[in-house]
Design a protein around this ligand. Structure first.
Ligand code: HPA
Ligand SMILES: [Zn+2]
Length: 336
């Protein structure tokens, strides 16, 4: 079996995915048209040409602009359904996905419109595709604490639908400490906490995410390697890092996939996982992330299997569910 076939065949889970980042240009134009919204690009091709980024902020500017055409519950449903259909074709059996309520509520879209559309698509895909899921509400860190508190209040009636809270958007200058009180309240309300840290920001932000926000998973976390004590802590506690190799390449967090820190992290026994982040913008869903990374870093099938197993270990599935998938991967590896 080739590496490509092996990647396709193994069950996988995605733990770092922004639903707004799955908005493919074709669907964006279709939804813009039905909502009488104007896109600042004349065609799908013109829009795709704009997808060249030198850093996180250049990406975020385009990403928030794209999300502006989403208005109705059906729009959020269609966006989410398209993603789930795509990952079903890639043998993703479980997803834990982010949504950014403030991107929409700040434009006058009701919180319930956003979550109803996303949640219904997730329920339907569990029925139709058997994909299980968890939903994570992410706060935009470039906005203030009051806005995050307001968003948390709005989420409380949907507590049963939302497993965790996260922190994303412009990292540098917006440290986790800015949201310490919001996360304390979220923890009190029973949410699990995660945060983007150490993508562009320093190792210090990863410490803050752990110590102040009490996160049980770090999104990205690349910069942990700058601090040996931090690596030791992440290893000791087996705190998962949700890495996103193609995102790192497109946002110039790494200059070449061959220089990606993943092998070094595996060597150090960090619990690393592969994810797609914003696949419509970064040129690849899960299988493409696995394959491009495996090719660039010359990963073996055993290493690919370890990464897939890590994702189940790092997920919020039950221990029994985790064990079943890990055993399936191990069996596929032996027979490959
Ligand atoms: O990679 C990311 N980093 C921060 N914010 C984001 N919002 C979508 N993707 C990202
Ligand atoms: Zn992300």
């Amino acid at each position: 079996m080739t590496i490509e076939e092996f990647i396709k065949k193994i069950p996988k889970t995605e733990l770092h995915l922004h639903i707004e980042g799955t908005f493919e240009p074709e669907l964006m134009f279709e939804i813009a048209k039905r909502n009488n919204k104007i896109i600042n690009y004349s065609s799908v091709e013109e829009l795709k040409k704009a997808y060249h980024f030198n850093n996180l902020q250049e990406f975020l500017d385009i990403y928030y602009e794209g999300a502006n055409v989403l208005i109705t519950e059906q729009d959020f449903y269609d966006l989410t359904w398209a993603y789930l259909t795509k990952v079903y074709s890639q043998n993703i059996v479980h997803v834990e996905i982010f949504f950014d309520p403030q991107t929409h509520t700040d434009r006058g879209i009701a919180f319930e419109t956003v979550i109803n559309g996303i949640y219904k698509a997730l329920e339907d895909s569990q029925q139709e595709y058997g994909i299980t899921f968890k939903l994570i509400m992410s706060f935009l860190r470039h906005l203030d604490e009051a806005s995050a508190f307001k968003t948390l209040e709005e989420a409380l009636p949907y507590k049963d639908w939302i497993s965790g809270v996260g922190l994303d958007s412009s990292e540098v200058g917006n440290p986790p400490s800015k949201f310490e009180r919001v996360f304390a309240k979220a923890l009190e309300e029973g949410f699990i906490t995660v945060a983007h840290a150490g993508e562009e920001g320093p190792a210090e932000y990863i410490w803050e995410a752990l110590d102040l926000l009490k996160v049980t998973r770090i999104d990205h976390g690349n910069r942990c390697l700058d601090d040996e004590n931090l690596v030791q802590k992440l290893v000791d506690l087996q705190i998962p890092l949700t890495l996103c190799p193609l995102s790192n390449l497109e946002l110039k967090v790494v200059q070449d996939l061959k220089e990606h820190p993943l092998p070094k992290m595996m060597e150090k026994n960090l619990l690393v996982t592969i994810n797609s982040d914003d696949p419509a913008y970064f040129g690849g869903y899960m299988n493409e992330n696995y394959l491009e990374t495996a090719k660039a870093l010359q990963l073996s099938k055993a290493e690919i299997a370890t990464l897939a197993k890590n994702s189940f270990t790092a997920s919020w599935l039950t221990d029994q569910e985790k064990e079943e998938y890990i055993l399936q991967i191990q069996t596929l590896l032996i027979n490959s």
